[in-house]
Design a protein around this ligand. Structure first.
Ligand code: NAP
Ligand code: F7E
Length: 325
């Protein structure tokens, strides 16, 4: 049997790198779209770069996406690329809309025109729930996004459903709650904290400055979540699923747990707060109900909150030690 072919937008990102590894282990031929940057940004994929084929392209450029689908001739398309940092979406709202909202339509159009029989995965987000209408949030919970990012993702979600209904495409949305890893960008709160704790442990920093410590998130491990993306595309019928852990913790809980990894009980001694990191509108409380994914996909998270925090702090300590050698 011929190997399956997958095309990933956002392969250089956190999820793209885990998904590519997951698909390579399943003997897929993996193609990834990378955008032009002044210096290549391949840290997360360097260890398997020779096993994947990179195609230049950008979410802003329809022709490049159409051409990428022609080159890859994929059975599965995973649209993971986006302007994914919520805070930046207020300072660059139009760009966020272009990438995160219209970019999705461009990828869908490329698939519709070149390979309509392929299966499409859209990286939807719990940020669409925003000011939550019920707890926990499930596939039927209505949306109230609270940032230009959340609004753009809501568009991406609905255009995916619209293409499924209009053109009978196999197009699904995974509504993923926050998922983290040692490959998380340094600007996101979890990695900012674990990097800061590692620096404090190694005597390279004295404190960490954060924003709202009370916000609660349902944090899982990115390595577990990419399996759910794949499972969604293996189903007989295209449908949307919430992927979460069903547990939530505050930012303060995360900080506390991270300091415990280095044996420090008094985390407050090291944490400052600044208005700089407070958002114009906040998402206070998210917790996902993943029972549909459990029932249909037979998926469940494997990594606990405690082990996720430990994994991230330890990886950051190792990384800093390696960089200073
Ligand atoms: P990430 O680490 O920020 O990765 C984003 C990827 O998108 C990078 O590969 C980036 O390329 C690429 N990209 C950005 N703009 C692009 C453009 N104009 N053209 C082509 N590629 C572009 O994000 P992530 O955490 O892996 O998340 C993956 C997806 O899931 C995103 O759509 C995100 O919004 C969504 N999501 C994430 C979470 C989460 O908790 N992680 C939860 C729900 C949904 P460069 O490397 O060149 O910047
Ligand atoms: O913020 C609070 C902040 O930036 C989490 C993206 O992957 O998940 C992510 O979006 C919480 C917020 O992630 C700081 O106010 C406090 O309440 O790590 P974050 P996010 O906004 O939840 C969703 C599901 C996505 O789809 C997104 O792509 O932490 N917070 N102090 C802080 N946040 C940051 N970044 N920095 C702080 O200093």
């Amino acid at each position: 049997m011929l190997n399956k072919r997958a095309l990933i937008t956002g392969i250089t990102g956190q999820d793209g790198s885990y998904l590519a590894e997951f698909l390579l282990a399943k003997s897929y031929k993996v193609f990834g779209i990378t955008r032009r940057t002044s210096t290549p940004n391949y840290e997360r994929i360097r260890h398997f770069q020779d096993k994947v084929e990179l195609i230049p392209g950008d979410l802003l450029d329809q022709q490049s996406l159409t051409s990428a689908v022609k080159i890859a001739d994929p059975d599965e398309i995973y649209n993971l690329a986006a302007q994914s940092f919520v805070a930046t979406s207020w300072s660059q709202p139009v760009l966020t809309g272009e990438f995160t909202a219209l970019g999705t339509t461009r990828v869908l159009e490329a698939m519709r025109q070149v390979k309509p029989e392929a299966k499409f995965y859209q990286a939807s987000s719990s940020e669409m729930f925003g000011m939550v209408k019920e707890t926990p949030q499930n596939e039927k919970t209505s949306f109230h996004p609270r940032s230009p990012y959340g609004v753009a993702k809501t568009y991406g979600h609905w255009i995916t459903i619209n293409y499924r209904e209009s053109y009978d495409l196999f197009a699904v949305s995974g509504i993923l709650f926050n998922h983290e890893s040692p490959r998380r960008g340094l600007e996101f709160v979890t990695r900012k904290v674990t990097n800061g704790v590692a620096k404090i442990k190694l005597g390279q920093a004295k404190s960490i400055t954060l924003g709202n410590l009370d916000a609660k998130r349902d944090w899982g491990f990115a390595g577990d979540y990419v399996e759910a993306m794949w499972l969604m595309l293996q189903q007989p019928k295209a449908d949307d699923y919430v992927i979460a852990t069903g547990e939530n913790h505050s930012v303060a809980d995360f900080v506390k747990e991270a300091f415990l990894v280095i044996g420090e009980k008094n985390w407050r001694k090291y944490v400052k707060t600044s208005k700089e990191f407070i958002r114009p509108a906040e998402v206070d409380f998210l917790i996902g109900d993943y029972s549909k994914a459990k029932r249909v996909l037979k998926w469940a998270p494997k990594t606990s909150f405690k082990s996720l925090v430990k994994m991230m702090v330890e990886a950051d300590i190792e990384l800093l030690k390696k960089n200073s050698r």
